[in-house]
Design a protein around this ligand. Sequence first.
Ligand code: 6PG
Length: 491
Amino acid sequence: MNAMSQDTEPCTVGLIGLGVMGRNLVLNIADHGYRVAVYNRTGSVTAEFLSQHAGDTFPDGGGLRGCDSLAQFIAAITAPRVIVVLVKAGPAVDAVCEQLISAGAGPKDIVVDGGNSLWTDTIRRERDLRGKLAFFGSGVSGGEVGARYGPSLMPGGDPAAWDRLRPIWEAISAKVDGEPCTTYLGPDGAGHYVKMVHNGIEYADMQLIGEAYHLLRSVTDMTPGQLGDVFAAYNGGELESYLVEITADILRQEDPVTGRPLVDVILDRAGMKGTGTWTAVNAMELGVPATAIAEAVMARAMSADKDGRTAAANVLAGPRTQATPEKDALVDSVRDALYCSKICAYAQGFQLMRAAQTEYGWTLDFGEIARIWRGGCIIRAVFLERITEAYRRTGDLANLLLDEYFAGEIARRQDQWREVVSRAVLAGVPCPAFASALAYYDAYRSETLPASLLQAQRDYFGAHTYERVDQPRGRFFHLDWTASTRRQVEV
Ligand code: 6PG
């Protein structure tokens, strides 16, 4: 018998996957009085984790029990079991479920997938595993610190499974004004869907911050350290958020090797694991113009082509250098542009969830979603309270932009927003998310768009038909565009 199996006290919860998120979540769960059985495919990782925490004491009878086989893991947890799985999204989740069934897990055992799984996989797993396991999906956001001290948790699946998971999820989640940053979001894939959109918004938020930094850095003489102070000041106002806060911190960091600003030493190639792309693809599939989110994904792709950009930089001309603007005024305008663009990005994310609930048969509570994002997660921000208030004012709000608070904020700041986008364009500094958010705003408030011309083109070359402004919707017409007698027929 090895060190891992000496403790024989039964556990109330199990966790599989001791990566960074898994380790921290285990400690968080144990901190709330649960005895947690832990298992990792590579046994030495479990042993190392247990020895690191051998001296830890947990309140209210909480504790850890290491298991070196899944059979031992299943035996260690009191049935019906709650098993949290934090393994790499994809086939590993399917493999763990199959192994759990082989090891003796049963239909009453809840298996909570806490990874960034594609929501359609969650729908499939919930359906295919019914009668074998109670499969349940939950988004977990907040990185390692969130997992350890309070993440935002986005659960979706069978309501009966949620009833059993709920006390644990409410205990370990972040709290804002005493309220847990978790709520039941809906059946099957709803939780993972909402987490995916969270990540899409996260991409847009990060890109917008990057563009604000890039413009200020390019057209003023401010150093990264001074720009860190600018972002710290932004964080004192309506932009107060985790991402703006860490940006201030990052910009003030020096490289321990060279002493240069660390942001100048880090290679400008962005990575991504897929959730932002899924959001953009799903927006396209559902026909929702989530333009700022899509631009954020594309901007990462453009950044990744470092070699191509380096070669092009020597060939392609930019504009003649613009005069340096009045610095303080620009700092204020960029703040306004950032806030307006951020409002549009969130409006797009919520529009996407609105379309999704119809498409996938869910009933999402948007005010609650904004509420559980207020703490613990990467996009946590004071601003989310405004979104909750907007949905509490008008439950079936057609678009966040139409809420009186957001409409007023943009009306008040739009001149600065336009000036910032213009300045970036004139200076040749790319600002795809700022510009696309502004185009989204302008398009959404346009009663008339040139799609009439586009429809005419489609009908001209392909007889694709058009509707008329003077006829009810749903009646389609075609014109014989090139015939000597132009005749319109109803199709
Ligand atoms: C979170 C994050 C997290 C995500 C990372 C990296 O909510 O804690 O969204 O789930 O994995 O942010 O994502 P990318 O590698 O795609 O940037």
